[in-house]
Design a protein around this ligand. Sequence first.
Ligand code: SF4
Length: 333
Amino acid sequence: MRPGPVLVIQTAFLGDVVLTTPLLSRLAARFGPVDVVTTPAAAELLETHPAVRRVIRYDKRGADRGIGGFRRLAERLADTRYAGVYLPHRSWRSAALAFSAHIPDRIGFADSPAALLYTERVARPRGGHESARLLALAGAGPSPEVTLALTEADRAAAAAWLKARGIATPFVAVAPGSIWGTKRWPGYAELVARLDRPVVVLGSAADGELAATVAAAAPGRAHSAAGALSLRESAAIIERAALLVTNDSAPLHFATGVGTPVVAVFGPTTPSQGFGPIGRAGSVVQHTGLWCRPCSPHGPASCPLGHHACMQGIGVERVLAAVTATPTTAPAH
Ligand code: SF4
């Protein structure tokens, strides 16, 4: 690649953005900190990362939607005269953006539907964790970890939120939400009622009702933070937690990024699809032997078979046992 700044376009979901951090770290080690085009929602996850020079927000479903927003961003990117762009998100829009911005080297996966717009096509590994598959885009080299760069302000905000509610460590964090309905394990309220430790229920503002219901299972001992904290502040709560119980959703990858043990409840998806916990400090609870799993890459909004047995069939005893068996870590902050 010729000398010059390097760009990464990653406008996928929050978890995908977190799992792109090893790729960003390897590229930064090779070229210096890179610029990243991402969604407004994911921007805060990257803007403090040492591998990132600048975050460029692309509100593809809002202010920048349509051909006008696309053109404006393409022109802005062209002005920077990037030497090359990496495209972990296999979308036509990302590829067209890189092409329209006249970035000479465009590196993406060979199995992308938009591969004809790339100048270098990399074979996407069939197996392994998604973070490692994305890392393959940068060729051979060291394997940096999934990392979130929290600031002292993030940690102070999380600590203040905990202190205001009298929540002492060790506490358990739970994240009962998911964009996809079938990924939500329905047993969180019962789990929270039966835990013997303080609990923080995490989620977005959209998860507020669900989180309030879960927290109400243990009045005074469980507290909902849904919608009250930024993503990095929520990650700072996870960092201080003894462990996180979550579905196959973005908070799982936040826990990976801050080094907190995790119990992950998988329903319509399976860890073999590449999005499970990484390392020894993670365990998975799932309904093995169910012929219909996995039924989609993300998990459908509702069960196509009507019974949702992949989640309904996971009793709270199994998750409690996993919580008990998971080694916890003392919070570093
Ligand atoms: S089809 Fe099977 S895997 Fe998919 S949601 Fe229904 S029970 Fe779960």
